[in-house]
Design a protein around this ligand. Sequence first.
Ligand code: BF8
Ligand code: SF4
Length: 644
Amino acid sequence: MTRMKLRHVTEVSDDLQVQSLLEKARKESVSTAFDRADEMMQCGFGSAGVCCRYCLEGPCRISPNGKGPQKGVCGADIHQIVARSFLNHLTQGTSGHAEHGREVALTLLEAAEGKAPFEIKDVDKLYAVANDLGLETADKTVNEIAKEVALKALEDFQKQTGIMNWVQMRAHKDSLKKWNDLRITPVNAHLEISKAVARNAMGCDADPLNLVLGAVTMGLVDGYAGLHLSTDLQDILFGTPKAVKAKYSMAVLDEKKVNIAVHGHVPMLSEKVVEWSRKLKPEAEKVGAEGVNIVGVCCTGNELLMRQGVSVASSFSSQELVIVSGALEAMVVDIQCVMPGIQNVAECYHTEIITTLPYVKIAGATHVEFSPEIADKAAEEIVRKAIKNFKNRDPEKLSIPKETVDAYAGFSTEQILEALSKLNADDPLMPLIDAIKAGKIRGVAALVGCTNPREKQDIGNVTVAKELLKNNVLVVATGCAAHSLAKNKLMSPEGLVYCGDELREVLEAIGQAVGLPSLPPALHMGSCVDNSRPADLLTALANKLGVGIKDLPAVGSCPETHSPKALSIGTFFIAHGVDVHVGVNPQVSGSSVVTNILCGDKQEGTVTAEEVFGGKLIYETDHIVAAEKLLERINMKRAQLLGE
Ligand code: BF8
Ligand code: SF4
């Protein structure tokens, strides 16, 4: 096979540590996602979303330029095929988050019943959620209440009528009315996912608009059964995050310690791995190490960072390079965004890849089965395996980058409100609202989602964030986007130089009220399921102002999208009327109809997301132009809201 020309390392990432580890990988003939992305030819049909493989009459593909057959064998046209392919992406993204929520609900149930070794860490949040669910709490023990909350959560995967409990509890009333009017409000997560798969099959739903509305239902399932439900229950189980200082970059690996990377998304196992890494320090010392060092990768990293201040080594696209350091004794993975490629990379070093879930295994990897009841046993076994592997480290292959970056994280909605309460104890939202009204804060932007090996790492996330900050937009961040911003000093007061003067004054005033020099320019709100937190903040702001979420000067941006989960999250926000930018092709361009529904403006005779919900999808690959478009939308909403 002819090798495609690989990008120079400086074209892959601006991160010098990533560049040097990629160089090392290439020298050692180790294949990584960055190089595989260069070698992979992109299919034009797939890119436009016009290829259908839903039945064995096909595969069928329609050429968007009008040449060749314009209908599949069954008669499906290009718009029907693209709409189904969009719904398929959304269903896939949503099912991952819904499974996450269900696993956490089961863990809470087992903890409450005394079957799993977890305690309720945030009793106040438990009471708050129980009250919001309308549960009676008087004369009940904490565990009794936790059990009822867990059962309410599990109803959201079972009930056959009505609407999901978490939608009822968390949705803004105007948004909910809209969804009810459109008859797209989800009943239960599994029912909706199953229905989406069924309607997408050959011979079923063939109306592009109806299919896109089905995708919006998936977005709502994602938002409530995935994001909100997971965040609420994880906060109850593991604690609601508070401001915390931590370190970022590949340099968080420690030459003197046994290094374990925790990777994936669901925090149940990784919380226990942290616990056992402390307990087994004496065992690590016996093999000549100074202890056990846990580092985070992807959203498991975000979860541990937010609650325990665990340092973060890598976002999605450079996950394999953590292994290339030669310093990693074990990489423990649970679910989602775990590249199968890590096993091949690990085989070139001494790293042991340990899978933990029965339905997420990697051929060649070690498997240590995890379930909540045996959480301690599994975590202990994993940490012991890593300690045992320390002796196999090859000093010749060792290359740990040197400099870490300080970052503040832990900005849950509760933490933000607590900080604001230092300025106005009776009405904590008012300082924020006053700043927005006065134009000191032009609007709020959530920088969310991924890094993508096809894209130059971090550059999209950082450029969009800096442009918005410069224009006095308050930036919050989650997921791997948060990783990009943290590495580039946007989560420490050092990054204040990137803010407009007015925004900087507001951040300093709030920060100083809580004893810090300033709040950081970008507030880290957590993992991808924690996109519930910016949604909660927007709901609180809208309620306070007596308007809908669609009326707020708020936007979302995912410049380096890789995962369908990001499309699900984006659709969840669009359903609230929030404009959402993606910087990577969402694979709908083959259909003018679907593209217009998602991205079009209000236009007579056509139905668009903007017209129905008040927000739209913005696809823009130029990061500066993307920021300009987002600012334009913020200014438009400000004009409508404040009469500017
Ligand atoms: O859920 S941001 S690359 S790790 S999908 Fe994956 Fe994207 Fe990272 Fe977290 Ni979210
Ligand atoms: Fe072709 Fe229709 Fe089957 Fe798709 S569903 S593969 S368009 S025949």
